[in-house]
Design a protein around this ligand. Sequence first.
Ligand code: PLP
Length: 263
Amino acid sequence: MTPSTPVSALTIAGSDSGGGAGIQADLKAFAAHRVHGLSAIAALTAQNTRGVIAVHVPPLEFLQAQLDACFEDFDIHAVKLGMLANADVIHLVADVLETHRPPQVVLDPVMVATSGARLLEASALRALRERLLPLATLLTPNTPEAELLLGRRIGNAAEAEDAAAALLGLGAGAVLLKGGHLDEGPRVIDRYFDGVTGEEFSHARLPVDAHGTGCTLAAAIAAQLCRGLSLPNACGAAIDYVARGLRNGYQPGRGEVMVLDHF
Ligand code: PLP
């Protein structure tokens, strides 16, 4: 590597043909942070601003080949995990992470798209909980995902605080529980907890129907970790990045949905 060579981050996630979420959002976020972006496509979606039309999961051998190609050649500082589609994919990804042990693993436990489309088979929840959570440096669920992981409802601030601690108990190194789905007034509170440090990130709720915010947030955190920020500082910087991207967001298609501006 030359002194100016950026470090590498790898996203293992789903492709969004509409360019707003998934792998496409992740690579834009990596590039905007001047981190070299690698990708292993775990699922392909035929998708636009109106919704998900079809999903294709490539053969496992092909995902393995993509991961081997990346881990053989690059110094991967951070891995971001997004849409993994089913339990077989999760087991393969967990095996690869156990072999290579990248320093940072940011797990966005993608389950259902904002449009309502299922992005993870219901039967894969257990594999996600048992195989991937213990490998995650940071878990970034939204409230519905946290509810599914914990099997209980989260309806207010006290329950969200308890949930962040309970999620940590499932094995992740730290948790950023996103508060966008909770009604806590005009502001959104995202809660960070690593067992020692607890931090609340409060930001204005923007009245927009946006797509790809969760993917972008997790990718921006991974990128900030590549740049040497601590976990809570990486979360804070990435939350600001998403807010900026939303303020400058645009509607690229005929649907109402906005995507983030990354640059
Ligand atoms: N499509 C893919 C491939 C994704 O990875 C995600 C991310 O979580 C989504 C769609 C959902 O994005 P959103 O819920 O922001 O519409």
